[in-house]
Design a protein around this ligand. Structure first.
Ligand SMILES: *Cc1c(COP(=O)(O)O)cnc(C)c1O
Length: 410
């Protein structure tokens, strides 16, 4: 089965070599995927998109109809997301918020803050008192906490924030102190919305549900101990994307059914998830041209235009980016055309470092210089996490493929 949608295949073949490499986003595929995710979630569960996974304005706008809001993790993201999708609810999270960032978030009317420490809570209270005009509603706080969870619940995660010493969120004792400050009325300018946790990424639906159930149980117990009511409970993102099985998807239907069960068992707070990767990874491709094919110690290498300075994901995660070759018959040079001898080829980029590997020993029988190589699952944590300026190669292009308007027959 092809890793490409028909629209992406056409676009990758239509681009001239000098227009490559190019990120191609299929916004129709993105909308379809987001609609399916939304439909799988039970009504009371809110869906926020974690903008850091891919903050391209076109992506945010495509997701807006299917999401309840956006999670932003810096003043820069906040300004950017605000401009791209006006009037959508924002939650401002992330460690190390500066006083300037908090003040500008308050000035911009951001209503929801994920607070990472007692110091940050006091700082927010101080700045709110200064900013308060008397007309706007009080900012709502979700206290990010680091609940004790069983090792079992984190097993299999690609990246664990919880279950170990961490700079994220508050230990239960500190979180309890924060909740009691609300209960005792010592934060009159702020409103307690509830608790927030984001403990792991890369979990399948079963593991994600088991972890969520532990988080919800711990949150309910903590709130009860502190004598406060939880109105909102954000249980994080981290839904798995399996780069070794690009056709597989996180089982949103099983997850939705499980979330309905959890919501029934713990009535009261609005449950919210904030995935990033699992929403946008599948809508992006990095398309490029094979510049050269060569052999070293019995193995074939295809060197492509661009590399991990544009698509750092495989280097950052230590995986092989799923690759597909599109044959191009035209060969403009009156020179012999380099071609692979083996079925398996390692795709590397233009950087002078052995780490510049996009995919190791990928199936690409007979790939030639001049063919196209297209890397899938490049819609999240791809361009925006890459070290763009290393070696001063030109940046890639960006194409956003819009679905045909309904009724145009296209
Ligand atoms: C990064 C992050 C997310 C999204 O994680 P994914 O693995 O992309 O789903 C959600 N919440 C917080 C607090 C994060 O830092």
């Amino acid at each position: 089965m092809s890793l490409l949608t028909p629209a992406v295949r056409d676009a990758a073949l239509a681009l001239a070599p000098h227009e490559l490499p190019c990120y191609i986003y299929d916004l129709g595929a993105l909308r379809q995927h987001a609609a399916a995710v939304r439909a799988a979630l039970p009504e009371p569960v809110e869906l926020y998109y974690a903008a850091k996974a891919n903050p391209e304005a076109e992506i945010l706008r495509a997701l807006a109809p299917y999401t309840d809001g956006f999670e932003v993790s810096s003043g820069g993201e906040l300004t950017h997301v605000r401009a791209a999708v006006h009037d959508r609810p924002l939650a401002f999270g992330g460690p190390g918020k500066t006083p300037e960032e908090i003040a500008s978030a308050l000035a911009a009317g951001v209503r929801r803050f994920h607070v990472e420490s007692l110091h940050e809570l006091r700082l927010l209270a101080r700045l709110t008192a200064r900013h308060h005009t008397g007309t706007t509603a009080r900012p709502r706080v979700l206290v990010r906490f680091d609940p004790p969870v069983t090792a079992d619940a984190l097993a299999g995660s690609a990246l664990a924030m919880g279950g170990r010493p961490t700079p994220f969120g508050m230990e239960p004792a500190a979180a309890a102190e924060a909740l009691r400050m609300f209960r005792d009325g010592s934060l009159p300018g702020l409103e307690l919305a509830g608790l927030h946790a984001h403990l792991a990424s890369g979990l399948g639906a079963g593991a994600q549900l088991a972890l969520t159930e532990e988080v919800v149980a711990e949150a309910s117990a903590l709130a009860a101990r502190c004598g406060v009511r939880l109105r909102e409970l954000t249980v994080g993102g981290g839904m798995a994307v399996d780069y070794s099985r690009p056709a597989a998807r996180f089982d949103w239907s099983a997850f939705g059914t499980g979330m309905a069960r959890i919501a029934e068992r713990y009535p009261g707070p609005v449950l919210r998830i904030e995935p990033g990767r699992a929403l946008t990874a599948y809508c992006g491709w990095y398309a490029t041209e094979v510049l050269d094919v060569k052999r070293s110690k019995g193995e074939d290498f295809a060197v492509v235009r661009g590399g991990t300075h544009h698509l750092r994901t495989p280097a950052a995660k230590g995986h092989d980016q799923p690759a597909e070759v599109l044959a191009v018959e035209r060969w403009p040079h009156s020179l012999p055309r380099p071609a692979a001898q083996d079925d398996r080829v390692t795709f590397t980029g233009q950087l002078c470092t052995p780490k510049d590997v996009l995919a190791r020993r990928a199936p690409a029988a007979g790939v030639r210089a001049g063919d196209r190589a297209v890397f899938a699952l490049a819609g999240a944590y791809a361009w925006n996490i890459s070290h763009h300026d290393f070696l001063m190669h030109p940046p890639p292009g960006f194409r956003f493929l819009h679905p045909p308007e309904p009724g145009t027959g296209g």
